[in-house]
Design a protein around this ligand. Sequence first.
Ligand code: HGY
Ligand code: MN
Ligand code: MN
Length: 395
Amino acid sequence: MQLAEFGATPAGGVNRPALSEVDRRARRQFVQWCEALGCVVRADAIGNLFARFAGEDDHAPAVMMGSHLDSQPTGGKFDGAYGVMAGLEVLRTLHANGVRPPCPLELVVWTNEEGSRFAPSMMGSLVYTSQLPLETALSTQDIDGISVAAELRNGAGCDAQASVERPAAYFEAHIEQGPVLEAERKTIGAVTGAQGQCWFQLKLHGRAAHAGTTPMAMRADALVAASAIVIALDRIGREHPPGCATSGRLVVNPNSPNVVPESVFMTAELRHPDDAARGRMEASFRQAVNEVSNERGVRIEVDKVLEQPAAPFSPVCIRIVHESAAARGYPNRAIISGAAHDAVAMSRIVPTGMIFVPCAGGVSHNEKESATPEDLAAGCQVLCDSVLSHGRGVN
Ligand code: HGY
Ligand code: MN
Ligand code: MN
């Protein structure tokens, strides 16, 4: 709740854009909380923060846990923040009880997981896992032309720089952001993996014209073309269940009531648990774009900015989460993630697991996002048991 004060919105959510001043302040608070436990905190070149908690065998590879602090513009208090605070609570509990974990623990805050201010999502973890070149990420600009590099020069919340070696395993606690656990009265979701996704940015080039003097047949209206693509995306999503297709951002130029829109910038994203099905969705999408372009006389540039195949998580980590939940008596089930997470990036390089807890009505990316203290505490307990049992070499 203290963290949610950083970027708090009147409707009870948070607006904490990646690497904004309010994100920087939240990051500095996180660093203080970790340093109070004796952690050494450092940032890597893309601003990921790593808080190291010493282990019994401090030369052993670390077990890593964490999530993200950046939020959607109308985000909730829990998306990302919960996973970071659950990790902090694990370290606080070990510290308060004088427990040294068998190996070092690294608590990480990933830069720009949401991809809302700077595309793509999972930027920090994709750079860390060498799936996105650092220079590409640093040069990415937001809608106002401010680059990631410029914001990092304003600070990442921690001055100590380091590149952190890959851990033995990675665990992330997160709210489910869907309705399944709550509907089935399950406290813990042992996440089996995440569906694949791809993101596109489109630039539609029409012709500005007078709204009163230009006959309909003579128009190249970029907004009408964009609208046809939005409807086509929705159709493609419905034609490929349980896949999803969304256009969340649309910027019209010159955005004047009596000018036929000259150009539009818009986003599109496709998701599906099966990569071949997502490939068919993409083919339909590109065909729809070509048809609209020809019909409307509007040139359309399509730039694919993210391609993430479906990501299965490690059977060992999945089993550790199930066993930790069962040992605590928490009702639990296996579950696939509809949302992407930094754990998707990490799963390409190290054994990875996620612990889901229910959220009210499955609502997320919404200021009304909420979860119960009991479920949040249970997820935190399972995170603690999971990182310790993996650290003890339970495989
Ligand atoms: O888009 C996602 O799935 C994540 O919430 N950033
Ligand atoms: Mn998240
Ligand atoms: Mn999110």
